[in-house]
Write a protein that binds this ligand. Structure first.
Ligand SMILES: Cc1ncc(C[n+]2csc(CCOP(=O)(O)OP(=O)(O)O)c2C)c(N)n1
Ligand SMILES: [Mg+2]
Length: 703
């Protein structure tokens, strides 16, 4: 009879036996799920089961009955391919599900049936951890390096929250962030950026545990990764610890204890492990990384664990009870103490408590949009980035938990919060609202995700062209349905002389292609205001704001439609008097005023022109067909779209017979005016094409 069966039948087990039983249960669930799915990653769950067991059952303050309790410790599985670790532990701790409206539901976050259907459609045990799909997942991971980088934002958030809301005897926020990572996370650039930032900021609430198994997909890391990682993290200013045996749960607990006592710097624990631990033929090989062990090897491995060889998806009652007695009891007590504390806090500091409540539900405080500027008509106008700076400064005063920063371009992006008391978030001084990410765009975007996961409203900024350096994290923002804000200035050729390295071409098209991401390119200062008004009300979508570097004329809204049309994505700015248009000019951003000029010229020539501002395709396409047709009547086929960006995708608005003035090449280094001439962004070019479409062009004349 196996150890588990005999123990269950005979005498009660010792705690050490229960520990081992629980660890082996995580291992065997992982092995069985991968085998059943015939796909997945068994080896790392087998190796890290003791770590995850120790962290969850002995250390973490997490109440499985309320996985969104604000003061819980956070667990991020940055090596997301090891997802079965998370599914196993969420199942064994009986973590409960929460829906998007933040009401707790009765059902389990991950049922045994979900695990049996690992990686299958609809299962709450998908291939990689997915926030918003499975309760208890703190961040979507899978693209290596993202989880650890996101955890830095979570740590910034905790420090900020504690600084703002804690009062003497009221430690409302005081949680830790644990991230587990592997060689891949250590090799990815974003991990290095994030580690450097966390070390600089001295985030002592942050602990990364590195699974040092010397294995990646192509084999032993001696072929790719031989640096001294401890030296690297010491260089970053982290506290570096080592646990030489991933099965030594007491040592693991000690290391985690040292982390909790370490002040002034983050902790990095190097955990030496054996991928595929217990598998006689696959341990320590790349074969254990990403394929099922196979039935025979599973039998041998279970024998090694002292587990019934033929049992599948076996969860002994003793394991469930052991978790209930560990994290279950500890978590419930911690949460109920906190709830009591928060009740007292609410009566003593009602305003602060209300802020916390609102934040948790992603709601905005009363008066959040009061005092937003209204920009008077002005032919000289104001740059999109300058208007944005003014708006952000008003919003941040109205919304105390709105914060963010730039990747060293704050003065160019105009994202610096300059009002009295805005302050900087700095090492040892975590109260400021201005974050300084340094020239680390990717870590910035991931950190912004971490801030948003912590329920703060956060923005990150850089030049639009460098959004490419942040893209993987922005994609995760959309996948996680986070209301993050990315402020990208220098959105076209406005920085003419900097040349093609700095001139975005394909960025708008590619962000527009991203599901769930709201892309806005406002056409004048009042559209910037309305864009922010729209963005701030988003609760589950990230927004990318593309803003001009150069001044754009502020349209006279007594002559043209109000900028509130932004909320519908596209709107008719100006029309021919009385009657249907014969040609439609469509533009976003800096090309809106250009098209307005062309529109006026066409009207003067007796051509019935309509000009449409389309700051956001995404928003427009969510309007009713009726509205869309009212802006772009299907039977008006003479259409010209103008945008200083790739023409890719514009066919959908101009149709087969329309024309697009856009970019088909990279830009060039020259003053903006010359570039506008070279690439055809001039009103004359627009009118010429419009007339051509109407058969009224100067046919013989060369343009
Ligand atoms: C950014 C990114 N690149 C590539 C992959 C594909 N991938 C998944 S796991 C893996 C190997 C990871 O090695 P390691 O982190 O050491 O994990 P272990 O095999 O030790 O669990 C790779 C290349 C990925 N998920 N993300
Ligand atoms: Mg590895």
């Amino acid at each position: 009879m196996s150890a588990i069966a005999s123990a269950a039948v005979d005498s009660p087990m010792t705690n050490a036996q229960l520990d081992q039983l629980s660890i082996n249960c995580i291992r065997t669930l992982s092995i069985d799920a991968v085998q059943q799915a015939n796909s997945g990653h068994p080896g790392t769950p087998m190796a890290l089961a003791p770590l995850v067991y120790t962290l969850w059952n002995r250390v973490m303050r997490f109440d499985p009955k309320d996985p969104i309790w604000p003061n819980r410790d956070r667990f991020v599985l940055s090596n997301g391919h090891a997802s079965m670790l998370l599914w196993s532990v969420l199942h064994l701790t009986d973590t409960r599900a929460v829906n998007a409206a933040y009401e707790r539901l009765g059902q389990p976050a991950v049922s045994l049936d979900d695990i049996r259907h690992f990686r299958q459609l609809g299962s709450k045990a998908p291939g990689h951890p997915e926030y918003h799909w499975v309760s208890g997942v703190e961040a979507t991971t899978g693209p290596l390096g993202q989880g650890i980088a996101t955890s830095v934002g979570m740590a910034i958030a905790e420090a900020w929250l504690a600084n703002r809301y804690n009062r003497p005897n009221f430690a409302i926020f005081g949680y830790d962030i644990y991230a587990v990572c592997g060689d891949g996370c250590m090799m990815e650039g974003v991990g290095s950026e994030a580690a450097s930032l966390a070390g600089h900021l001295g985030l002592d609430n942050l602990c990364w545990i590195y699974d040092n198994n010397h294995i990646t997909i192509e084999g032993n890391t001696r072929i790719t990764f031989t640096e001294d990682i401890a030296a690297r993290f010491l260089g970053y200013g982290w506290n570096v610890l080592r646990v030489g045996d991933a099965n030594d749960i007491d040592r693991i607990e000690q290391a985690l204890d040292i982390f909790r006592k370490t002040k002034g710097r983050p902790t990095f624990i190097i955990l030496d492990s054996h991928i595929g631990y217990g598998s006689p033929h696959k341990q320590d090989t790349a074969a254990a990384h990403g394929e099922p062990l196979g039935e025979e090897e599973i039998r041998l491995t279970k024998r090694d664990y002292g587990w019934p060889e033929d049992a599948k998806f076996l969860v002994p009652d003793a394991v469930r009870e052991h978790f209930a007695a560990g994290i279950g009891t500890r978590g419930a007590q911690a949460r109920s103490r906190w709830t009591e504390l928060f009740t007292a806090y609410r009566s003593k500091y009602p305003e602060l408590a209300t802020e916390i409540d609102l934040m948790q539900r992603r709601e905005l405080p009363a008066g959040w949009d009061s005092g937003l500027p209204v920009f008077p008509a002005d032919p000289k106008g104001i740059a999109g980035r300058d208007a944005s700076g003014k708006v952000l400064n008003v919003l941040a005063q109205n919304i105390p938990w709105l914060m963010g920063g730039s990747a060293d371009l704050g003065s160019s992006n105009k994202t610096t919060l300059t009002f009295e008391g805005a302050g900087d978030f700095e090492p040892g001084s975590p109260g400021g609202r201005n974050l300084h990410f340094g020239i680390r765009e990717h870590a910035m975007a991931a950190a912004v995700n971490g801030l948003a996961l912590s329920k703060l409203r956060a923005f990150g900024a850089t030049f639009f062209i460098f959004s490419d350096y942040a893209r993987p994290a922005i994609r995760l923002s959309a996948l996680m349905e986070l209301p993050t804000i990315f402020v990208f200035t220098h959105d076209a050729m406005g920085d003419g002389e900097d040349g093609p390295t700095h001139q975005p071409v394909e960025q708008l098209a590619s962000f527009r292609a991203e599901p769930g991401l709201v892309v806005l390119r406002p056409g004048d200062a009042n559209e910037v205001v309305e864009a922010y008004r729209y963005i701030m009300q988003l609760r589950h979508e990230p927004a990318v704001l593309a803003l001009s570097r150069q001044p754009l004329p502020t349209l006279d809204r007594s002559r043209y439609a109000p900028a509130s049309g932004v909320a519908r994505g596209a709107y008719v700015l100006g029309d021919a008097p009385g009657g249907k248009p014969e040609v439609i000019l469509i533009a976003s951003g800096s090309e809106v005023s250009l098209c307005v000029k062309a529109h006026e010229e066409l009207l003067a020539e007796g051509i019935r022109s309509r000009v449409v501002s389309i700051p956001s395709w995404d928003i427009f396409e969510h309007q009713t067909q009726e509205y869309q047709d009212s802006v772009l009547p299907p039977d008006v086929t003479a259409r010209v779209a103008v945008e200083q960006a790739s023409t890719f995708g514009w066919e959908r608005y101009v149709g087969r017979s329309g024309r697009v003035i856009g970019m088909k090449t990279f830009g060039a280094s020259a003053p903006l005016k010359e570039l506008q001439r070279k690439f055809g962004f001039e009103p004359e070019r627009v009118t010429e094409i419009a007339k051509e479409l109407l058969g009224k062009g100067n046919m013989g004349k060369k343009s």
